[in-house]
Structure formats: structure tokens, C-alpha cells
Design a protein around this ligand. Structure first.
Ligand SMILES: Cc1cc2nc3c(=O)[nH]c(=O)nc-3n(C[C@H](O)[C@H](O)[C@H](O)COP(=O)(O)OP(=O)(O)OC[C@H]3O[C@@H](n4cnc5c(N)ncnc54)[C@H](O)[C@@H]3O)c2cc1C
Length: 545
């Protein structure tokens, strides 16, 4: 560069990168959650992971793993089928770091308090990278299904919980650690799993599967819980990628999805052709068998989204602190303070909800029936609501960075593409809402558990708002079309109750004032009857009128 060119290129008023900090040590909310859960033993691991998450090295790996996306090799050079996904080395670095830290395993190995301690680690991990979070979550959640299949569990559990990352395509017995996926969705439907068309036929003690799966993430995992049809109905099976004799099971990866976000993680379409499988649970009971895995995955999504909101907020605050406009730092402008404060309330209430649930999971492990009810009932409600809030939070945080937020070097750009995904998988919004309505109808104690949690906030406004949701719920003509309003209101009331108990007074007051009286905040919450809703939608259809 010539001196003349350099002279015109003075860089001013640009923000230093947000890196080189301890994402655990710097986070008072997270440290308070760990203290409330009485798990001080996780602090050393949380500081170590927090330092890693905040390091430029880890940030660089996260960027590379998402920029250089996985590639599928269906055949080797001499035409043999290999069905191998090649990841960028940074993906392996990240997986290795997370699994070595027990981000997938701690809940099952360290009781009491393991769910809360692990949630702290997973909350931190989601401030770094979400593509790796997918196999970490599925591996964590798989234990809930292994626990229903004692023989399979005896073989696989120790390797699932081994805190080792071993990506070699070898049989489980030869590996230091394994990861687990799940393959349920087919072309004709993902929400309605009763439509599964894959067929299973017996082969001695084992089974052979034939069919396709339309979405199968992390296809290099070592085993998959999957669904296939037998005469009794849809049934759960376990498909290992390698067979005990060392050969590869038939697991034909047809192509990888080209996704909006979550790009470091391969998501594939696969075919089973006479694929060897073991049955899990009773024939015809596949969906209830897999529900426990889906439930734990939903819990992880809540913790993950809370972590994603935390990192969005951190970047917005950091930028506003260092960037000047119109003569002063952005953070000192009254209107920007309003945006930042609102983001902070959202992220804090999300973290409180996530760690309250983690505590309920821990209490349930210790045999507390009321807390078991709470975690069962609140998990889908919180999953629905935090996923709905994630996209507006990512968008606002991005806007705080102005143009710098909209370029690929910015973490916000990746976070923005990531934001809607958790709302789609593991039960998209409407499906979750309908599940919750059915659960409330089946077991009134589920709703009771949420009501008790709301009441613990001891605040008349919160109680009044919750009553409005309960009234809708009791109205059979309104309950289904108003289900989003019901779930949103219950979630916000639990968050308000938690803010009253655990946040600072003014923040709790601001949360209640802005969230309880404002009415609904998401699309799909119009207060109209079925005919009114249909008429509006029909008027908008192409060709109408
Ligand atoms: C990146 C990515 C990775 C994935 N990885 C996996 C994986 O590893 N394994 C796996 O099994 N699946 C995976 N999935 C699939 C995912 O779980 C499904 O996409 C999801 O379950 C929704 O199913 P669907 O796509 O068939 O949509 P549909 O079931 O067709 O639903 C479409 C829309 O209709 C709504 N809807 C459905 N029924 C009703 C109703 N009764 N009333 C009102 N609204 C309704 C839904 O809420 C949704 O908004 C992945 C998806 C993505 C995007």
C-alpha cells in the first residue's frame, strides 16, 4: 500500500472485538443460577469453558466450521459406497472440546444438581456455536431412551457418557466415545409421526428396516433412534452405523440439505435398505418411547436459546458501549438505552426460565413429584415461547450493531440465521401448543404445577394475567385457535414470577409493566373466533375476490 493510500485509510470509531473474556465469570446471572442450584463444584469447569467460549481461537473455529460446510462423499475413488461426511477440522476441534468438557453427559453422571450444572455448560456453549450443539443435545437426550432398553443401555451408555470425541467410523466397541442421533421425519410428514412409512421386518432377534428419512442431522453419529412400522404400528428402533463385525450398516446418505443456518452441522436425507436394527420398547409404542428423548431435547433448546439471547445481548451492549454517534457513545443515547434494556429483560427472563427448569429436572431425579410435574408441563411451554422470542431478539441485537451487524464477520449474522431453527424442530409452534392443550386436558396436575410456579411470584398483576389465559383454556370454542395466546401468557407469567423472586426490583417491575399489560407479542395470537380468522386468511389467498 502506498503512503498516500494509507493516509486516507484511518480506522476510527470502530469497535474492538468482543473476545478474551470469561463468559462464565463475567455473567452475574449465570453465576447466581449456579449458586441457587447449589452446584459450586461445576465452577472450575464453567470458568474453563467460559474462557474458551470467549477466546478468539474458539470464535475463529466457530466461524470456519460454518463457512466451510460439510461435504458428502457417497462413494470412494474405486466406486464403493462409503456414505461419509467430511467436516472442516474446526468442527472436530469444537466437538472435541465440548465432549471433553462433558457438555453432553454431566446431567447423567453428577447428581445431585447435574442438570443445572450441565445447563450452565450448555448455556455457555450456545454463546459460541450452534451446529455442534445439535449432536451434543441428541447425545445428551439419548440417555432417556437408552434407559428404557436395559440390554442396549448396558452396551452403549458407558460410551455415550465417556466424555471423549472419537469421530472414526468404527464399531462402538472400538471407540473411546460415541455420539447419537435420531431419524424420525419422512417426506410425507415430520409433525405427524403416525404417518411413518418405513417398514421393519424381523430377522432372527434383530430387524431389517427399509424406507427413507427426510431430515437426519449429524449423520456421522454412531447410532440413531428411529421409527419404522410393524403390524402393531409405529415402533422405535436403534440403528448402529457400524455392525459388531466391523462392517458398515446400510445407511445410504442421499444428499445433504443446503440450510439457511446451522451450517457446520450436516443434515441429510437417508435411505434404509434392509438396514440392521434393534427394537426399542414395545411394538406399536414407538412414539411414546421416543417422547422422552424429544422432551429432553426440548429442554436443551430452552437452555440453548437462553444462551443465544445472552450472546446477542452481550454483542449489542459491547458495540453500544464503544461506538459513538452524534457525539456520544450509543449506549448513552436515551432511545438506544431503551432497546438495550428491553433486550436485557428478555435475556434475563429467558435465563431464569431455563435454569428454573433445570432445577425442576434435578428435583425430579431426586423423586420430587411436584417438580417432576412442573418440568413435564413447563418444558413445552417454555420451548414454544423462548423460540418465538429468539428471532426478534437476534434482529434487534443485530440492528444495534448497524451495518457491522449485517456482515458475515459479525457473530450476529450467524445468530440471526440460527434464530428460527429451534422453533421448527422438536415440535414447531402449533404442534407444541396442541400437545400442551392435550396434556392439560389429560392431567390437570400439569397445569396446577405451572399455576403454583406463577403464584410463587406473589403478585396480583401476574395472577390476573394468568387468569385470563386459564379462562381461554376453559373455553372449548376458543382453546385451540387461542392456544398460542395461552402458552405465551403462561410462559410470560412464569418469567414474571421468576423475575420478582430473583431479579433486581426495578428490572422485575419493568418486566411486569412491559410484558403483562401489553397483550400478545407474537403472530398467531389474534383474539378472533374461527370464522373470523378463516375469513381474513381466505381474503388474502391468491385468486380470491
Ligand atoms: C435443520 C433441520 C434439521 C433437522 N434434523 C432432524 C433430525 O435430525 N431428525 C429428524 O427426525 N427430523 C429432523 N428435522 C425435521 C424437523 O423435526 C421437522 O421439520 C419438524 O418436525 C416439522 O415437520 P415437517 O417439516 O414435516 O412440517 P409439517 O409437519 O408439515 O408442519 C408444517 C407446519 O404446520 C404446522 N402444523 C402441523 N400440524 C398442525 C396442526 N394440527 N394444527 C396447526 N398447525 C399444524 C407445524 O407447526 C408447522 O408449522 C430437522 C429439520 C431441520 C429444519
Amino acid at each position: 500500500m502506498t503512503a498516500a493510500m494509507a493516509a486516507t485509510h484511518e480506522v476510527a470509531n470502530q469497535v474492538p472485538p468482543l473476545e478474551g473474556y470469561d463468559a462464565y465469570g463475567a455473567d452475574a446471572w449465570l453465576r447466581a443460577a449456579v449458586a441457587r442450584a447449589k452446584v459450586p463444584w461445576v465452577e472450575a469447569a464453567a470458568h474453563a469453558l467460559g474462557m474458551y467460549v470467549g477466546s478468539p481461537e474458539a470464535r475463529h473455529h466457530a466461524m470456519l466450521a460454518n463457512r466451510f460446510t460439510p461435504e458428502l462423499h457417497t462413494h470412494d475413488a474405486t466406486g464403493h459406497r462409503v456414505d461419509r461426511v467430511e467436516y472442516h477440522p474446526s468442527y472436530h476441534v469444537l466437538m472435541n472440546r465440548a465432549l471433553n468438557a462433558g457438555v453432553h453427559s454431566m446431567a447423567w453422571k453428577c447428581q445431585p444438581g447435574g442438570f443445572s450444572a450441565r445447563a450452565a455448560l450448555f448455556y455457555l456453549w450456545n454463546q459460541l456455536e450452534q451446529g455442534t450443539a445439535c449432536p451434543i443435545t441428541m447425545t445428551f437426550a439419548s440417555i432417556a431412551v437408552f434407559d428404557q432398553a436395559p440390554a442396549l443401555s448396558r452396551q452403549w451408555r458407558p460410551k455415550v457418557l465417556a466424555d471423549a470425541y472419537d469421530p472414526r467410523p468404527e464399531p462402538m466397541a472400538r471407540k473411546s466415545g460415541v455420539t447419537i442421533g435420531m431419524a424420525m421425519t419422512e417426506k410425507q410428514g415430520g409433525s405427524d409421526l403416525r404417518a411413518v412409512a418405513t417398514v421393519a421386518v424381523p430377522d432372527g432377534e434383530a430387524w431389517r428396516l427399509t424406507g427413507h428419512k427426510w431430515f437426519c442431522s449429524a449423520p456421522m453419529s454412531d447410532g440413531f433412534f428411529t421409527l419404522a412400522r410393524v403390524p402393531e404400528g409405529v415402533t422405535c428402533f436403534f440403528v448402529p452405523r457400524s455392525l459388531p463385525d466391523g462392517t458398515r450398516n446400510t445407511f445410504l446418505i442421499q444428499r445433504l440439505k443446503e440450510k439457511i443456518g446451522n451450517r457446520s452441522n450436516a443434515s441429510s436425507e437417508i435411505e434404509y435398505r434392509d438396514t440392521w436394527a434393534e427394537i426399542v420398547g414395545d411394538p406399536g409404542r414407538g412414539i411414546p418411547t421416543l417422547i422422552s428423548m424429544a422432551h429432553h431435547t426440548r429442554f436443551d433448546i430452552i437452555v440453548g436459546v437462553a444462551g443465544m439471547m445472552r450472546t446477542a445481548l452481550n454483542h449489542a451492549l459491547h458495540h453500544a458501549r464503544h461506538r459513538e454517534a452524534f457525539g456520544k457513545a450509543l449506549i448513552d443515547h436515551a432511545l438506544m438505552s431503551n432497546v438495550l434494556a428491553d433486550l436485557a429483560l428478555e435475556a434475563e427472563a429467558a435465563a431464569l426460565l431455563a435454569f428454573r427448569l433445570a432445577a425442576a429436572f434435578d428435583a425430579a431425579v431426586s423423586g420430587n413429584a411436584a417438580q417432576a410435574n412442573l418440568q413435564r408441563a413447563l418444558t413445552p411451554v417454555a420451548k414454544y415461547w423462548l423460540c418465538k422470542r429468539m428471532t426478534p431478539v437476534a434482529t434487534e441485537a443485530m440492528e444495534c450493531l448497524g451495518g457491522n451487524g449485517y456482515v458475515e464477520e459479525s457473530v450476529l449474522a450467524r445468530l440471526y440465521r440460527e434464530a428460527p431453527l429451534n422453533g421448527i424442530w422438536e415440535g414447531s409452534a402449533n404442534v407444541i401448543c396442541l400437545d400442551v392443550l392435550r396434556a392439560f386436558a389429560r392431567s390437570p396436575e400439569a397445569l396446577g404445577a405451572i399455576e403454583s410456579e406463577i403464584a410463587a411470584g406473589n403478585d396480583a398483576r401476574i395472577a390476573r394475567r394468568a387468569q385470563a389465559a386459564l379462562k381461554l383454556l376453559r373455553d372449548p370454542a376458543a382453546a385451540e385457535s387461542q392456544a398460542r395466546t395461552v402458552l405465551e401468557t403462561l410462559a410470560v407469567c412464569v418469567q414474571a414470577s421468576l423475575m420478582k423472586r430473583h431479579s433486581e426490583g426495578a428490572a422485575a417491575e419493568a418486566f411486569c409493566a412491559s410484558r403483562l399489560d401489553d397483550g400478545a407479542r407474537s403472530l398467531g395470537t389474534l383474539a378472533l373466533d374461527g370464522a373470523g380468522l378463516k375469513a381474513i386468511a381466505a381474503r388474502a389467498e391468491m385468486g380470491s375476490g
